[in-house]
Ligand binder design. Structure first.
Ligand code: DHE
Length: 521
């Protein structure tokens, strides 16, 4: 039987048979309409942070949906729950976790175009504009409302508080004289701040998603470790002009790698670079021209290194080959060894920097956040203590024979351990689990916990830094309505409390520029 072509009955039947396809929301259009004005048409950020998979860090898609629906308190992120349907919010969140078809570009031209100078260096004062000790200041990062405070380390008063870029991470790095401090945000913004006149001098965006920065021993070069793009960026520290943008690949240029972190090795006058996706550690001399060889440098694994030095390339790369990539480093005080942790194998490896190869493996099953470990002299030998992110224990390592001396059981996995050469105690936080309001005080001679503080019951406490003399220990209450609590480092009694918005790290100028024992560098 044939139906007449324009029968109303046929039309009705076709309409009824057509699938009532639920129109899936057009996430790209939604993004352009609702998000692009703050987060950038290319998702690289603007007034709001970048919204690319790498930038979202540890946020889960369900958490992203909640942020879109409810907004973020104390930021300009509004709630979209009454404007978008649940399906639209889910589609938008999924879109943010999808990498763009074309990887975003952020090369020398983009870096240079982002650079801003706020104060001409010639207009800066020639002495500090306050009567506190400029070498006993603390730089305090407040991650709750994205501010930085400058604290007088003798009177524990705020000298300044200013907005930072969104989500600073890692330690700020000081010029060798302690006058300038440099920050990096997870979105790649590097800021130079003058501690004498308490003002921001310049800033530049060195990457789209960055890990940390290091400053050369002569204060002239800043190195920026990027996840996105896969680059190591070297900046002139004074002007923040890009000196070199190094694409990071293995020696055959086949595999590109994220850069996990970059560190200064002062006696070697070099930067040491941790690569995430390639089993190599890089060493890059920062002097201009580069030295003919590194201190104690025996031989190179890359013939190109000697060639590069022969032609006096500005930043030649020495590649140290490994069995697996190492994410995070800790150095012995002489910078002859680096201890690197691998998230792939949950193992730590000791690399001897002069011969350029691994010499020992460490039994660290709990995955330390190695930048958080410290070392001191114990029974005539140097030992290293590091908390673990996956184990409720502090690992104590003998730095002469690289054996595990002991594990000190704690009330939960921790992030940071800190001390001072004038203090008999090391402070180790508990950062995870039901005891994350606890902080352990460890006797450095007995390698035992002698006291456990609960500064504010129920609130996370973590990250300690001492003043320049080791008289006081400053501890963060990691809460939006938080505080920095100042303890007498000997009696362990509270002496002051400075309100702060989710204070994360704090950094004492003297301890940092003298590479004091017991803190990070
Ligand atoms: Fe950090 C330092 C890596 C999560 C707060 N963190 C560092 C450094 C590295 C690193 C490589 C050393 C850089 C430097 O100072 O030059 N951190 C990582 C990670 O891989 C990890 C586990 C996952 C990630 O998201 O990147 C991680 N870190 C965190 C946090 O969740 C913390 C607690 C809160 C935050 O701000 O994100 C955190 N990290 C810190 C702080 C320092 C740090 C406060 C500087 C400590 C110091 O005293 O120097």
């Amino acid at each position: 039987m044939r139906w007449p072509r324009n029968s109303p009955f046929l039309a009705l039947l076709l309409f009824a048979a057509a699938p009532v396809a639920a129109q899936s929301p057009d996430a790209a259009a939604l993004y352009a309409r609702e998000c692009a004005s703050c987060h950038g048409v290319d998702r690289l950020g603007g007034a709001g942070p970048a919204l690319l998979p790498e930038s979202l860090g540890r946020l889960k898609p369900a958490q992203a949906e909640t942020v879109i629906a409810e907004g973020r308190p104390a930021t300009q992120m509004p709630a979209f729950g009454d404007r978008l349907t649940a399906e639209e919010i889910a589609a938008l969140a999924a879109y943010l976790f999808t990498a763009p078809a074309e990887p975003p570009r952020w090369g020398r031209a983009e870096i240079e175009a982002s650079r801003r100078t706020f104060v001409d260096p010639a207009d800066l004062p020639d002495r500090p504009q306050f009567d506190a000790d400029p070498l006993n200041l603390f730089v305090l990062v407040e991650s709750g409302d994205h501010h930085v405070s400058i604290i007088d380390g003798d009177r524990f008063e705020r000298l300044a508080r200013f907005p930072s870029r969104y989500a600073l991470h890692g330690g700020p790095k000081f010029s060798p004289d302690g006058r300038f401090v440099h920050f990096v945000s997870r979105d790649g913004w590097v800021t130079r701040y003058d501690l004498w006149s308490l003002q921001t001098v310049a800033e530049v965006r060195a990457g789209i998603n960055s890990r940390n920065i290091a400053i050369s021993g002569d204060g002239r070069v800043l190195a920026v470790a990027n996840y996105l793009p896969r680059t190591l960026v070297l900046l002139d520290a004074q002007t923040l002009t890009p000196l070199e943008v190094i694409p990071v690949t293995d020696r055959w240029k086949k595999t590109r790698s994220r850069v996990s972190a970059v560190y200064l090795a002062p006696p070697r006058r070099s930067f040491i670079v941790a690569l995430k996706d390639v089993a190599e550690v890089w060493e890059i001399p920062y002097e201009d021209p580069p030295p003919a060889s590194f201190p104690g440098f025996v031989h190179s694994y890359e013939k190109g290194m000697e060639e590069a030095l022969a032609v006096r390339e500005r930043f030649p790369i020495r590649r140290i080959e490994l069995e697996q990539p190492l994410d995070d480093f800790f150095f012995d005080p002489a910078y002859r060894h680096l201890i690197g942790a691998s998230r792939h194998t949950g193992e730590a490896v000791v690399v001897q920097l002069e011969v350029g190869r691994p010499i020992a493996r460490l039994p660290l099953a709990g995955m330390p956040h190695l930048g958080s470990g410290i070392s001191w002299q114990w029974r005539g030998r140097r030992v290293m203590g590091t908390p673990n992110l996956r184990k409720a224990a502090i690992s104590m390592i003998d730095m002469e024979d690289w054996s595990l001396i002991r594990e000190i059981p704690t009330l939960g996995p921790g992030f940071f351990m800190r001390s001072h050469e004038n203090s008999p105690y090391a402070w180790a936080d508990v950062f995870f689990g039901e005891n994350r309001d606890a902080v352990h005080i460890i006797d450095k001679r007995r390698l035992e916990i002698v006291r456990t503080l609960r500064p504010v019951p129920g609130k996370v406490s973590g990250h300690v830094e001492f003043d320049r003399y080791g008289r006081y220990a400053l501890l963060s209450i990691w809460d939006r309505e938080g505080a920095v609590i100042v303890y007498d480092a000997e009696t362990l009694e509270e002496v002051a409390r400075i309100p702060a918005s989710k204070p994360s790290g704090k950094y004492n100028v003297w301890n940092k520029i003298t590479f004091a024992e017991g803190t990070s560098h």
